[in-house]
Design a protein around this ligand. Sequence first.
Ligand code: PMP
Length: 376
Amino acid sequence: MIFFDSASTTPLHPEVLKTYVYILENYFANSDALYDYALKSSSLMEQSREQIASMLKVKDNEIFFTSGASESNNMLIKGISFAYQHKGKHLITSAVEHSSVMGAFKQLEEYFGFEVTYLPVNSKGVVECEQLKKALRPDTILVSIMSVNNEVGSINDLKALSKIVKTYSHAFFHSDCTQSLAKMEIPMECLDAASFSAHKIYGCKGSGFLYKKVNIQLLPLINGGQQEEGLRGGTSNHPCNIVLAKTLRLAMEKMDEHRQKVAQLNDLLRRELNRMDDIIINSPEDATPYILNFSCTCMTSEIMLNALNERQIYVSAQSTCHSKTKSVSEVLLAMGIGQKRASQAIRISFSYLNTEEEVIEFIRNLKEILNEYRIK
Ligand code: PMP
């Protein structure tokens, strides 16, 4: 099998698995209970929180454990909107956000009377500062713009965007950093809030965290107990939360090494694709090396995905969270790539576990599929 879908998810790191099993077997007590045995669960969880905060150079009380980036996005976007609606009901995001961001904004717009500006992106899939500046208003309370796009890998300039928000408004600036965590430097000092997921960095599925500055109030979406400072009720998933620090440490320690390896794979794939007829690359040259999106101009994504699947080569057409809809990628359309080419898109996303041999094998199969299809 060739697995080229790491933007969708990654396997558990063996060290993470070992610690996870150890915690499950040895510390099952509810981390909110008061006896000594439970205090061990909670103290390990708090240690993990401190370590995550320290790795990201933020404060311990700015890290909130969640079930992943989708929840973090919802918790922050709706939480801020509900808490600050007396100050204004205007929100800004981009046209190419993940469905968990987009869905939250659409809901606020349709059911709660907020006004949302969806910023366009340029042909590279990036939000331009001028567009943001024009959209800001005195009643804008939140701007949410993703760090790295999950379909094409475009990288937004968070420092520049944040400067615009801070100079021209009183709004908070949030970023969905799911695809950049442990893959590139994230300018945390420019962000008021950011969302992260564990399973994209060889951690547990259903695990992640929200970073949020202390001064930001959120209206909790899940009412319940005192967990996560009352912002997220429900018994803590302490085994996942405890191993998240290790997951992040392991990924961050190897960030440069892994990025270099993946960049070589990306270069090789790009070179080979550029030599082929019927292929147009959709990802910009300066995208993250982890994601490469291209279109096969003679066949639809669906046919190509099926043909690759038969050969045990696993890739995506667009975001996995959209994989069951028949619609074409909104991201590609927003970049000005037409309907037809968007319906032919394939997303390759790499891991440091991939090899050059796999890229070569992929190209060989791609050529075979295209040839067979042309003959038919
Ligand atoms: N945001 C982005 C940019 C993503 O790529 C993903 C994963 N598809 C998510 C959010 C959702 O993450 P999770 O699976 O942890 O909810």
